[in-house]
Design a protein around this ligand. Sequence first.
Ligand SMILES: [Zn+2]
Length: 503
Amino acid sequence: MSLAMRRTLSVVILALGMVGLWGWWRSPQGARAAKAEAEEAVQRAREQAAESDPRLKGAYRFERGGWIYVHLTGSPAALGFQHGFLLGPEIEDAFPAVAADMMHSTERDWPFFRQVAREMLWPKLDPEYQEELAGIAEGLHARTGSSLDVYDVVALNSFEEVPDYYVPWLNSREKTPHPPNLKSPGNCSAFVATGSWTKDGQIVIAHNNWTNYVNGERWRIIFDLQPTQGYHILMDGFPGVIASDDDFGINSAGLMVTETTISQFEGWNPDGKPEFMRARKALQYAGSIDDYTRIMLDGNNGGYANDWLLGDRKTGEIAQLELGLKAYRLWRTKDGVFAGSNWARDPKVLKLDTPDFDPNNLETSPNARRVRWEELLNQNKGQIDVALAELMLADHVDSVEKKSDPNERALCGHADTSARGVSIWAWAPYYPGGAVQAKATDSAMTKDMRLVARLGHPCGEDFHARPFLAAHPEYAWQEPYLRDMIAGPWTMFNASEHPPLTK
Ligand SMILES: [Zn+2]
């Protein structure tokens, strides 16, 4: 037992003794207060003991613009431990919210997701990511005393692929009676542009994340990852998850990465490797568009199937990797633009992987936003830079109504205002979801490992939970988790930047 652990233990014993003694002679309220005080003392002792853990060396966190920036560095186990420790409170907060949504939508219990994590996902993870995920559970425990173990952490990491990809596949295979209506999600609006399309002829990449507001309001981490192996990464992300997952990131080899999901995608390969690992691995190890494509294809499980938008600042080339399971396609150019708003376009992918998707129904959110992207990008050809990208991500034009209307068809999505819902993603009317945060960068900024990010709706509008729930009692089950989503300012982040000095 280390000195630090022994010290923790002695404080714990002392504190428990105090609780016992106080409870003996004080009133029930007094006893409760004493218990709370003692628990706090235990917590402080735990944190103090863990702070001297050598695995935390070089790691730190600070907050800016509402975002939590964490610098994680070292071996896979150290990266994980730092992640779990520095973001312990945020993981403890996010885990029950995500788990509740996974269980609610799939009508499955948590042991089901733990079993999927242990039996299907874990064996296919590369050892370095197993070590990192185990490190998250250890760091979390050291910080908060959490009882979550590594399989809970793996299940959390799979929240974008298991509920809406694996479970419907399983239900159909097992002929589950009355299966829940599960659809692959329609997450995000994004583009990547280069050549004559941008102001300086170099690459501009931008993305807003669409998700439910419960998760979206918690999607506020800037991960600055400096792993021992692979490239330095700067990406946004979610507490406890090793991939960006929404996804937006750059690496020190000059790769720029984002995506939007493929609506109405169907399929799963139980023998494949988890998407969250392939996405993280590709951002960590890809130095080119070819590398990126190779890593994403290796063990493709069909989970969280995306149109990946890529840029390589070294060559000025951009690409779109439409990654279905039965088919895929890669387009690339040094002079052009690729936009995404949750539609597939390759005829083979459309036919084999999204048989129900209708690319001609312009009234649905993906196609309405596709029309708007084309208008907006064409109007701004030759002028596109990061400042303009910020405005485009906040655009409210509904291409069906041909006017500004912040709803589920605007690039800056506000599905909670729409009586239509988005049935192709199983979003019911007034679904509390839409664009929840946004990021952008360009080639020059990527060279310096910088990006800008804004929390909340990219237009700056706030979402208020209480009036929403009062007006829409059908979402009352989210009440324990749904909070106000307050927009922050566009904020710049650099890799390896140090916490601002306070006091
Ligand atoms: Zn908006």
